[in-house]
Design a protein around this ligand. Structure first.
Ligand SMILES: Cc1cc2nc3c(=O)[nH]c(=O)nc-3n(C[C@H](O)[C@H](O)[C@H](O)COP(=O)(O)OP(=O)(O)OC[C@H]3O[C@@H](n4cnc5c(N)ncnc54)[C@H](O)[C@@H]3O)c2cc1C
Length: 458
């Protein structure tokens, strides 16, 4: 058993970042990680001369905590190829570029003339400022009209949450958009002010980042591995926490057999909601019940390498494409990984990543590997002109998928915050609590590390 300043349950990006920034403050952290490796959802395979991402693909360079931690550990992010900015949607069976500016918006085939006018009228839609909850689907339809909400917003929600817009809470899952309505009365006005503000801050020399999609030369796992390595014995793999209880002024973390794993005045819960609920069930049933309300559906990644001559369509032209459900295309989206990060795929090869599962297809994970491959790549034979068998495939099932911030999420988080306050020394990081995605994991982790008691400088 170890007595430390802060016990951290979960060694994904969030837990590792909390540990890193806590150490920078002079605190002694201990990360307990259930798996034998760090990284959690982040999983990069370096095989067949390629870097293959089987979790997140990259992160947007807009959170200084990522670049700072990377720099501390001797790593430098690499930016995606400029083509990455070009995004596509499947539209009537064709891979069609999303509008990238006002002119292409006016001519986009995704929206009827009436739907376009409706979007242009967005600033005149009365703002809702009552602070109440609303589904992401209703929010998008109310502000932007049904045309854009169903044709573009729904696949965008799939791309971020693999979720159902009718169940996700707009203020919880899309706080930036909800904030634009609340603060500026309009998404259009909010977006313009947001861009202006970023430009002003960049000019003033503030670290706002390039906004480009980034990774590390050896994939995203490189940062997790470096973070774990730098912690030495303070990163403990193969160490599942089963319960946490208050003992005097300390938190004691126990394994399934009841043995003490760590004792610390501060506890950071950086594991997914189901594990967090189990961890805290004995200490606070109310907190555990609120946490258990953050659910997720299995999400699968099937990556494959092909020789370039096996692919008829131009798959160098951008990021890849998402599909609205109305297209009848089973996967959530397809990424042209070799075109996004060209250095991560050998010359002459094409690397595709297909995501399948999520809220609308929660049973996809039950297919065997061959079935999953067929569900993902079968439809691409015609669409991309794929011929023959891949040189190599990789399949990963992420059982908890992406946490869904469904209606009532903010209320659940208020209960979590109140109970954490009552118990004392308890903090929550990670994507079940602090926002989905790599950027939010780091932003929240740094804030949590700053809020820990004790230690010296920053
Ligand atoms: C397929 C997929 C694609 C994605 N794509 C992107 C993307 O392109 N860009 C982006 O920004 N985000 C993406 N995301 C989201 C992003 O991966 C996550 O939001 C982020 O990695 C979350 O990190 P985390 O540390 O909060 O959680 P996790 O990575 O889930 O880490 C939690 C850790 O807790 C450990 N743990 C669980 N139970 C216990 C226990 N009892 N005791 C100890 N440890 C425990 C787990 O093993 C795990 O290591 C994607 C997610 C998925 C699933």
């Amino acid at each position: 058993m170890s007595t430390v300043d802060v016990a951290i349950v979960g060694g994904g990006y969030a837990g590792l970042a909390v540990a890193h920034f806590a150490r920078r403050r002079g605190l002694r952290p201990l990360v307990l990680e259930r798996d034998e490796r760090p990284g959690g959802k982040v999983l990069s395979r370096r095989e067949a001369g390629a870097v293959v991402e089987l979790g997140p693909l990259g992160f947007l360079d807009k959170e200084p905590a990522i670049t700072e931690m990377a720099a501390d550990l001797g790593l430098r992010p690499v930016a995606a190829a400029p083509a990455e900015k070009v995004r596509y949607l499947l539209h009537r069976g064709r891979i069609t570029a999303l509008p990238s500016g006002p002119w292409s918006f006016l001519t986009t085939p995704f929206l009827s003339p009436a739907a376009r006018l409706r979007v242009l009228a967005e600033p005149f839609v009365p703002a809702r400022r009552d602070g109440g909850d609303e589904s992401a689907r209703d929010f998008a339809r109310r502000r932007l009209g049904r045309g854009l909400a169903d044709a573009i917003f729904e696949p965008f929600v799939s791309g971020v949450y693999a979720g159902d817009p009718a169940r996700l809470s707009a203020p919880a899952a899309f706080p930036l958009l909800a904030g634009w309505e609340r603060d500026h009365g309009s998404l259009t006005v909010g977006a313009i002010r947001h861009l202006r503000d970023r430009a002003r801050r960049r000019k003033a020399g503030e670290p706002v980042g390039s906004g480009r999609l980034c990774t590390f030369p050896g994939g995203l796992l490189e940062l997790a591995e470096a973070g774990a390595r730098s912690l030495g014995d303070a990163f403990r793999p193969g160490c599942a926490a089963a319960a946490a209880r208050r003992d005097g002024g300390a938190w004691v973390v126990l394994d399934r057999a009841g043995a003490e794993l760590a004792r610390a005045p501060e506890l950071v819960v950086a594991c997914p909601a189901p594990a967090a609920a189990e961890l805290l069930a004995a200490e606070s049933p109310a907190l555990a019940a609120a946490v258990a309300g953050v659910r997720g559906d299995p999400l699968c990644v099937v990556a494959a390498l092909f020789r370039r001559e096996q692919v008829r369509e131009d798959v160098d032209r951008g990021f890849g494409f998402l599909a609205a459900r109305s297209e009848g295309f089973r996967p959530l989206g397809v990424q042209f990984a070799h075109a996004i990060f060209p250095d991560q795929t050998p010359a002459g090869l094409v690397q595709l990543r297909v995501l399948i599962g999520g809220a609308f297809d929660p049973e996809a994970h039950a297919l065997d590997d061959a079935g999953l491959y067929e569900a993902c790549y079968g439809p691409l034979r015609g669409l991309l002109g794929l011929a023959g068998e891949p040189l190599r495939t990789w399949t990963r099932r992420v059982m908890g998928g992406v946490p869904q911030y469904e209606l009532g999420h903010l209320e659940r988080m208020a209960t979590v915050a109140a109970e954490a306050d009552r118990l004392g020394g308890l903090h929550f990081a990670g994507d079940s609590f602090g926002g989905v995605g790599v950027v939010k994991a780091f932003a929240r982790a740094r804030a949590v590390a700053a809020a820990l008691r004790g230690g010296g400088g920053s």
